[in-house]
Design a protein around this ligand. Structure first.
Ligand SMILES: [Fe+2]
Length: 156
């Protein structure tokens, strides 16, 4: 099969600095080399791969319905990440995949893009969501089933 791996996703944004800070400071990606392409923006790396490309726009893109609803990262260090999100007041929703017990952490960047992070079942942490009420509308519009404190839900 010629395809090997997902390389990156590109976000058009009128909030370039906010998104740059979110993906670097909050999610821990590294700002790195960006070739001299004509647009203004930032590439953020996960290891050697520039997984997030930000492209700055003067005004917010005209978004209607979108077919790509979220992007998911494999991740490790669940408890540490959750503490970091709480320290930075970033709301998150947690879901546990039935049977396989993979832990999902769902967050939304400052533009409302849905990012999912997946952690192994062995990762121990407090699996309650945080500030869920502040992202409830985003969760509902994303198709994530409504979630109650202390329960799990079918993940997306
Ligand atoms: Fe997903």
């Amino acid at each position: 099969m010629p395809l090997e791996n997902l390389n990156h996703f590109t976000l058009l944004t009128a909030n370039h600095e906010k998104l740059k800070k979110f993906y670097s400071h909050i999610l821990g990606l590294t700002v790195g080399l960006r070739p001299p392409v004509p647009s203004t923006g930032t590439w953020l790396y996960c290891g050697e791969t520039p997984v997030v490309h930000l492209v700055e726009l003067e005004s917010a893109p005209n978004v209607q319905d979108t077919q790509i609803e979220h992007v998911a990262f494999s991740a490790s260090g669940l408890a540490e990440l959750l503490e970091h999100l709480r320290d930075n007041e970033v709301p998150y929703q947690i879901a546990v995949v039935p049977d396989v017990e993979i832990r999902q952490v769902n967050v939304f960047d400052p533009d409302g893009n849905h990012i999912e992070m997946q952690f192994a079942p062995e990762e121990e942490a407090d699996l309650n969501s945080f500030k869920l009420e502040t992202i409830r509308d985003l969760i509902l519009s994303s198709g994530i089933p409504e979630w109650r404190e202390g329960s799990t839900t079918s993940p997306v």
